[in-house]
Design a protein around this ligand. Structure first.
Ligand SMILES: [Zn+2]
Length: 453
């Protein structure tokens, strides 16, 4: 088995993957908050961790991937009340959109997609354990985590306590926030407020959970403690992931996860974008404009830890790369690739094994294509390319083209006859007609070939 190393935010080092359970890797990544359609930035962790799962499966591991959906949250209450709707209905609608939008990426679903609203029992149990252990306290129907009770607090984000702002508005209209023992403390349970239309009963009164506790509860429920990889966007390191880690240490005396992986943000360059995409870039609009293969190619064109610029230029580059691979696929036969190219296939997977370096892997894949399509081999097999593309979610690039419709075949045959009689004018006209039907005709050594445009 290849040695796999991944960057761990907590230690700042590349750590070898040493699964808790031999041969099995558990991954938890924080998913979206269901208050609007997701944008291209939300798609990045979905793609990174779905593809990491594919790569680990290629390497022989069984993988369980969990990506949650936050369906109870201030943003949802705010968006629903602005639209005059029930928050649960908005969250349900946006969760369905999220599923459909990410389905369109063609990567399948995570193994589990828990909802906060479906995890209330375990969430309340978790908070009770924290209160019983002296790590949390109830004030006027709220429950807060006592940050200074966790000596390891800050060990993930490496912030000094004085530079930590939980982002909770302590000056707001809700008076109990002012009752925090310490401004560093954060909410585990929030008492019901007027205007919030979903509410759950708890030992501290009616209310709903804070954001951070849901992930500690869901991850433990589905993957256990000390699971292998916790992931998410780099904007979640503090406070969200710091707080998840603290809750689990305090309640269970163990770490939540062995390794913390964070993806960089998508950066909007300020360059004017195609009108339909705009600068907010909802995923479904980007997919409509560019297609799933190009969007995936774009998202893996940079290293997952780095920021990634979003612009028409980089998407067009991704499109060109997709076209090049599709074109190369047409020049290969189905079957075994030349043994001489195995070293490149191996370097591709070695690059993924070194902190999931997709840009390096892509450059090796392109080198494989250059060699395979050079003059050395007569119609080489595509098995290596199929294997590499499968790990990137791009196996569809090798799907054989659909059969051309009968009328297009007739036109192509007429064109072949016109060429036979050297009537190039008619041949050109027929080529034009064929392209109006969405097909391209090419003249190969064994007659014409029809390719979808
Ligand atoms: Zn989370």
């Amino acid at each position: 088995m290849r040695e796999i190393v991944l960057h761990d935010t907590r230690t700042g080092d590349l750590l070898p993957l040493r699964p808790r359970d031999e041969g099995h890797v558990g991954i938890y990544a924080c998913g979206p908050t269901a208050y609007s359609r997701i944008h291209i930035g939300n798609a990045r962790p979905f793609v990174v961790f779905s593809l990491l799962k594919r790569f680990l499966e290629h390497e022989g591991y069984a993988v369980t991937l969990v990506i949650n959906v936050t369906d109870v949250n201030d943003k949802i209450y705010d968006a629903a009340s602005a639209e005059g709707r029930a928050s649960a209905e908005l969250a349900e609608e946006m969760t369905a959109h999220y599923r459909a939008d990410t389905d369109a990426l063609g990567l399948g679903r995570p193994d589990h997609e828990p909802l906060a609203s479906g995890t209330m029992g375990p969430i309340i149990d978790y908070i009770e354990a924290l209160v019983a252990g002296g790590h949390a306290y109830a004030v006027a129907g709220d429950v807060y985590f006592r940050v200074r009770s966790d000596p390891a607090y800050g060990s993930l984000s490496h912030r000094q306590l004085e530079h930590m702002d939980q982002g909770e508005d302590d000056s707001g209209p809700h008076p109990s926030a002012a009752h925090k023992e310490d401004p560093l403390d954060f909410a585990l349970w929030k008492a019901h407020k007027p205007g919030e239309d979903t509410v759950w009963e708890s030992p501290w009164g009616a209310g709903r959970p804070g954001w951070h506790i849901e992930c500690s509860a869901m991850a433990e429920q589905l993957l256990g403690l000390d699971f292998d990889i916790h992931g998410g966007g780099s904007d979640l390191v503090f406070p969200h992931h710091e707080n998840e880690a603290a809750q689990t240490r305090a309640a269970r005396g163990r770490e939540l996860a062995r390794l913390w992986m964070h993806n960089g943000m998508i950066q909007f360059t300020g360059e004017k974008m195609a009108k339909s995409v705009g600068n907010i870039a909802p995923l479904h609009e980007v997919l409509e404009r560019y297609g799933a293969a190009t969007v995936l190619m774009y998202l893996i064109s940079g290293h997952y830890r780095q920021p990634l610029a979003f612009s028409d230029v980089v998407l067009e580059q991704a499109q060109a790369n997709v076209d090049r691979i599709r074109e190369a696929g047409r020049r290969l036969s189905r079957g075994d690739s030349p043994a001489e190219l195995e070293r490149l296939r191996d370097s591709f997977f070695d690059a993924l094994a070194r902190d999931f370096n997709t840009p390096e892997a892509l450059s090796v894949l392109n080198e494989w294509i250059r060699e395979a399509t050079s003059q050395t081999w007569d119609s080489p097999g595509d098995s290596h390319l199929r294997e590499m593309l499968g790990s990137l979610g791009l196996e569809s690039l090798l799907t054989p083209a659909a059969e051309p419709p009968a009328e297009v075949l007739v036109l192509a045959e007429q064109r072949e006859q016109a060429r036979g009689t050297r009537d190039f004018e008619a041949a050109d006209r027929l080529r034009q007609e064929i392209s109006e039907h969405g097909w391209e005709v090419r003249d190969g050594p064994h007659g014409f070939e029809l390719l979808p445009l």
